[in-house]
Design a protein around this ligand. Structure first.
Ligand code: HEM
Length: 492
């Protein structure tokens, strides 16, 4: 009897071994059109994962994608189609079959932003939320409310920078000409302050109060989980995000409740919370549920601060590297100011060279270098068939660095945006805010923040990139720059 049981056990073990081996070696691209090329022969189980290294992270966005309009890659047998040709990207964006975001790319962020966030919903639920969110970012609100809030925050940032400038009267003790700051960290705290003030009318300041502490801890936890996948998958990370989100939601709910008790009677500058509390569903006339409002706050806070901060960091770095461009921008600002200290909203948004600098920096260092979509039903993409459930990565970076669309594509040259002749021949060859229905709702807000920062900081400070530290470009979900700079007070 024993020997029969042993024989059955051995047979099960052998059969399981062959089954696992078959699965391990099975085709990861079942259901994917076989005509779509694979850039290199990947391992059938690990796929692209062994190619992830520190120097060339995510090769698929640049190396393999160059000259490949579409290709297939996989990781742990999960296949993705990487689309890198502007005409095909346009097809993806305009085809309703691809209206859904790729849920996996939002798994980590999803822990923090809630299930009713505009970033992750789709279909009628998304349309309802968009109808409430989009009007908030209209030009009138920018001009009437957010512009002045951004200026106030920037003035405080300038005061803080002055304490870090070795040649300023207010410099903290012990600074010298070689002292540097991690400018991206400071920019991140600055953009967090802007979004907090615009959302709730409250200041965000490191260590100043409990709400600021919890917001900072939450924002840092997101960064940590995004940058370290192994940590993100651990129960500890899940627990920490649960606690932090719970605390932030409580804080935000308290703010909403106190605003409801003391509604803005027009004597104070309106903020985003006032606008969302006032908003009514156009069909039912009902106000928005508090939990839905909180999902949007968390989304705007997380989607809207580090992207802008990283962009500002790269702009300051490029201006430090290119004094000719900095000089030209300062001239443009000086001419526009004409002896005043402030510009009107429309005067600021009309500064052409400033706009060119922002565009050119976002071309080379797009804060978001790819976005994910998922086919809702069977469809076609170019000459290929795409089955329902197929995951798509829209490659934002590669077209922006392609010779077909840009002369000297890796050279930073803002002048290419000064005349229409040197604009890219396809509008989808520049899309740092994505395009179409699911593009960045905060684009106008982000561009205004960056312009306000340049207008109010550059004439006062010269930001010098330190040669003593290496400059690191980290591609996680966003393109972060680790850049050490010395801010110097400009003397007339
Ligand atoms: C330079 C700064 C920014 C860049 C480069 C950027 C880029 C993007 C991109 C590429 C998307 C599309 C994501 C996708 O399709 O999966 C997006 C979506 C979004 N962004 Fe931004 N963003 C920036 C700033 C902001 C700001 C300041 C806010 C809010 C205040 C914001 C709020 C959002 C939201 C809510 C979405 C989701 C839109 C939707 O699905 O309907 N972003 N952003």
């Amino acid at each position: 009897m024993d020997s029969i049981i042993s024989a059955i056990c051995v047979a099960i073990i052998i059969a399981s071994f062959f089954q696992i081996r078959r699965w391990w070696l099975s085709d990861p691209y079942v259901g994917v059109d076989p005509n779509i090329p694979e850039p290199v022969k990947f391992h059938p189980f690990w796929g692209v994962l062994p190619y992830r290294d520190n120097e060339v992270r995510l090769r698929w966005v640049f190396q393999w994608a160059i000259g490949r309009p579409i290709m297939k890659i996989h990781a742990f047998k999960i296949p993705f189609l990487v689309v890198s040709e502007p005409a095909l990207i346009q097809e993806v964006i305009q085809n309703p079959a691809f209206a859904q975001k790729e849920p996996r790319s939002y798994q980590i962020l999803g822990r923090f932003i809630g299930s009713k966030s505009t970033l992750v919903t789709h279909g009628p639920e998304y349309t309802n939320i968009q109808r409430l969110i989009q009007p908030i970012f209209h030009r009138r609100n920018m001009e009437d409310y957010f512009y002045q809030t951004m200026i106030d925050s920037t003035e405080d940032y300038a005061t803080k920078i002055a304490t870090l400038a070795p040649n300023s009267d207010t410099a903290v003790e012990g600074l010298n000409a070689l002292s540097t700051i991690d400018i991206d960290h400071y920019n991140t705290m600055y953009t967090l302050d802007i979004i907090m003030r615009c959302m709730f009318g409250v200041r965000f300041e490191t260590g100043a109060d409990d709400v600021s502490n919890r917001v900072e801890a939450g924002a840092e936890e997101v960064q940590k989980q995004i940058s370290n996948l192994f940590y993100a998958l651990s129960p500890l990370a899940r627990y920490r995000s649960y606690i932090q989100v719970r605390d932030m939601r409580k804080d935000f709910l308290n703010i909403i409740e106190s605003k409801k008790k003391n509604p803005n009677d027009g004597t104070k500058r309106k903020d985003l919370a006032d606008m969302l509390i006032e908003a009514r569903d156009p069909d039912t006339g009902k106000p928005i549920d508090d939990e839905v409002i909180i999902d949007q706050f968390l989304t705007l806070m997380l989607a809207g601060h580090d992207t802008t901060a990283h962009t500002l960091t790269w702009i300051l770095h490029m201006l430090s590297e290119r004094p000719d461009a900095e000089e030209k921008l300062l001239k443009e600002i000086e001419t526009a100011l004409n002896g005043r200290t402030q510009l009107s909203y429309s005067e600021l948004t009309e500064l052409k060279y400033m706009d060119a600098i922002v565009k050119e920096t976002m071309r080379i260092f797009p804060a978001v270098y790819a976005v994910g979509r998922c086919a809702l039903y069977d469809t076609r993409l170019g000459k290929y068939e795409v089955k329902a459930g197929t995951k798509i990565m829209i490659n934002i970076l590669t077209p922006q660095l392609t010779e077909r669309f840009y002369n000297d594509p890796t050279g930073w040259n803002p002048d290419r945006w000064m005349t229409a002749e040197t604009f890219p021949s396809h509008s989808y060859a520049w899309m740092p805010f994505s395009k179409g229905e699911r593009s960045c709702v905060g684009q106008r807000f982000a561009l205004l923040e960056i312009r306000v920062a340049l207008l109010h900081l550059l004439p006062r400070f010269k930001f010098k990139t330190s040669r003593l530290h290496s400059i690191k470009l980290e591609r996680r979900i966003t393109t972060q720059g680790v850049v050490h700079m010395t801010p110097e007070l400009r003397t007339k």
